[in-house]
Design a binder for this molecule. Structure first.
Ligand SMILES: [Fe+2]
Ligand SMILES: [Fe+2]
Length: 214
């Protein structure tokens, strides 16, 4: 017989802190192979390399935020099925996190120094949304994924044309995000009322402008 494990509030705080450190400062390990595979490295000049690195840093931070948002929501979700769906969504973002980190390394760059801060802010937003109820949780997943999909589309257009390795990663990420949104939609997401989607878009615009540089 399987024993059901009960965690004290202190245990749960430690687990959340561990997730926060692992995601924002640790090394993510992908389960799937990197979509860039054996594609050749493009001969990028210095401005193009810096631009590609800036975009990949934004994408890496976006994945940190997505994980934090989902884990914040999962921490307060009432329904065990919703909680496990949120934890699974966070897990699926781990590949994206690892691929973006690999690409940043290849581009001779690094993740955002502010990732712990982005993580904390996103976790708090996720928990606040989760307290409103499980339909809201799924609504947040849909809105997050749709916004990420839109910015990936924009990045695919603005990456240096020769950078096929970054492009291959973003293309698979975009396909995954579309699937994540559709799945949450089918599970009963409710449409978030204004001004929440615009506030989320504004927060991500600030994140993108800062993470491109820092
Ligand atoms: Fe993702
Ligand atoms: Fe996603």
């Amino acid at each position: 017989m399987n024993a059901v494990r009960h965690y004290s509030l202190f245990d749960r705080l430690l687990i959340e802190a561990q997730h926060a450190l692992d995601t924002s400062l640790g090394t993510a390990h992908a389960e799937r192979p990197n979509p860039a595979g054996t594609l050749p490295e493009a001969p990028l000049d210095e401005p193009a390399r810096r631009h590609a690195a800036g975009l990949m840093r934004v994408n890496h931070t976006g994945e940190v935020c997505a994980q934090a948002l989902y884990l914040g929501q999962a921490a307060v979700a009432r329904d065990p099925a919703t909680r496990s769906q949120l934890l699974q969504a966070a897990q699926e973002e781990t590949d994206h996190l690892a691929w973006c980190a690999d690409r940043l390394h290849e581009l001779d760059s690094r993740p955002s120094l502010l990732n712990p801060l982005w993580y904390a802010g996103s976790w708090a937003i996720g928990a606040a949304a989760g307290l409103r109820g499980d339909g809201w949780n799924l609504g947040f997943v849909v809105e997050t994924e749709r916004q990420v999909e839109a910015h990936l589309e924009e990045h695919l257009d603005t990456l240096p044309p020769g950078d096929r390795r970054s492009r291959a990663i973003l293309q698979v990420m975009k396909d995954d995000e579309v699937r994540h949104a559709d799945k949450a939609q089918a599970a009963g997401a409710r449409v978030l009322p204004p001004p929440i989607p615009s506030l989320m878009a504004f927060a991500s615009k600030v994140m993108k402008a800062v993470a491109y540089r820092v």
